[in-house]
Design a protein around this ligand. Structure first.
Ligand SMILES: [Zn+2]
Length: 95
């Protein structure tokens, strides 16, 4: 995969040129199982995240803010396609 597609077009961050969007969630409960304890050092195994709400959607590399949930009247994902499309470019054809 080359990046995040928005309505079929490639997202391109206007600040850094990165092509990936990431979703930031808050109020997540994470649980991890513990493999080993050695004094103060704890080694963890797999972890699992549950619950949470979307806080914002941003550029993966530089954090350029695309949608901020607190400033949005609708859930971020409802507006994401509309908002993020302004920062897309047609995907280059591969020869
Ligand atoms: Zn960026």
């Amino acid at each position: 995969m080359l990046g995040t597609k928005v309505n079929g077009k490639l997202f391109t961050c206007p600040a850094c040129g990165c092509h990936y969007l990431e979703e930031i969630m808050v109020c997540v409960t994470q649980s991890s199982f513990i493999l080993e304890v050695e004094g103060e050092d704890v080694e963890y195994g797999d972890s699992e995240a549950n619950g949470g709400v979307i806080d914002r959607i941003q550029c993966l590399k530089c954090g350029f803010l695309v949608v901020e949930e607190s400033e949005s009247p609708n859930p971020a994902y409802q507006e994401l396609g509309f908002i993020a499309e302004r920062w897309t470019q047609p995907e280059k054809e591969e020869n």
